[in-house]
Design a protein around this ligand. Structure first.
Ligand code: ZN
Length: 315
């Protein structure tokens, strides 16, 4: 199997959140992302699965959440991904500083070990986010956003990863086709895909899962054939890798890196318009065919949720 197999950068980030309404209000409201899909966890239809992104949920812009009310908060640490760093257009830092302050979100300016200025804050559950000005591909415009397009979030640029394992960097190089770019202040910067980074470091505590914690980070591959090649290589090298799962909007395989964090490799297509029109994305509760005949019972079990479209779903 060729070592030239390389992923195309981030596809989506999936995290656990608390209250679903607070999550919608934060990501669609404060951050101005488009809620591109409101559905249930396909493995557990008693919980929502909320997807946000640019106007069409382009891979690389997608943040997804499983809201579970109750339970503990996550703690960042070794064995998990840390801060999610989102790109904003050059010259937008001041806009975001003012916007977050006006929404009661406290944010601090900091500088990454690699010299980038960051604006760091947490969502309502403490999910750690940083904004950095970057030149990126233009996202798909979302006219329904409160955030003017010239300041709109451009997608995930860098993920922090905390690991105690000495093999986490090699894993990115050998299995994902990444490259070590730099090392500063104990942080190893790895490049994956075009312009995306994983900033790897060891911290002094272990991660705990919970609200505000990342469940997995998905990286993108072109198609199913390429996914199969990654799958075969992982399998040949003795990695425990899941079978291909059909997630409707993409196909996925899952595996853990040596430090314990969970990666997914997801196909670019078919995308979020496979079961809803572009106009209708996220406007109501979408149920996959196996659950549609149980819609009333499923909705009754889900918490009431007012969507940006004005539609109210859940019980
Ligand atoms: Zn995923």
């Amino acid at each position: 199997m060729s070592n030239q197999l390389s992923v195309q950068g981030f596809h989506h980030i999936t995290a656990i959140s608390g209250d679903a309404q607070s999550n919608v209000d934060f990501y669609a409201g404060v951050l101005g992302l488009r809620l591109v899909k409101v559905t249930v966890n396909f493995d557990d239809p008693t919980a929502y699965h909320l997807y946000y992104g640019d106007g069409i949920g382009t891979p690389g812009t997608a943040l997804t959440f499983f809201p579970y009310a109750g339970g503990r908060s996550a703690r960042t640490g070794n064995g998990a991904f840390g801060t999610t760093i989102l790109a904003i257009p050059e010259g937008s830092m001041g806009f975001w500083e003012e916007r977050l302050a006006s929404k009661g979100v406290s944010a601090i300016r900091s500088r990454s070990p690699f010299g980038e200025e960051s604006l760091e804050f947490g969502d309502v559950d403490g999910f750690a986010i940083a904004l950095q000005e970057k030149v990126t591909k233009e996202p798909v415009r979302w006219e329904g956003s409160e955030v003017p397009f010239e300041h709109a979030i451009r997608g995930v640029t860098t993920m922090q990863l905390h690991s105690r394992s000495g093999s986490s960097a090699n894993f990115v190089v050998d299995q994902l086709g990444g490259e070590v770019l730099d090392e500063k202040e104990g942080v190893v910067r790895l490049a994956i895909g075009e312009g995306n980074h994983i900033d790897l470091s060891t911290v002094d505590r272990e991660a705990l899962s919970g609200h505000g914690g990342i469940h997995h980070v998905a990286v993108a591959v072109k198609d199913e054939a390429e996914q199969e090649a990654f799958h075969a290589r992982l399998y040949e090298q003795g990695r425990h890798v899941s079978p291909v799962m059909n997630r409707t909007y993409f196909k996925s395989i899952y595996f853990r890196e040596p430090g314990g964090a969970l990666y997914e490799i997801a196909t670019l297509g078919p995308g979020f318009t496979v079961d809803e029109t572009l106009t209708d994305l996220g406007a109501g509760l979408y149920l996959p065919p196996q659950y549609e005949s149980h819609r009333a019972a499923i909705e009754a079990n889900l918490p009431r949720l007012k969507l940006p479209s004005g539609v109210v779903v859940g019980g």
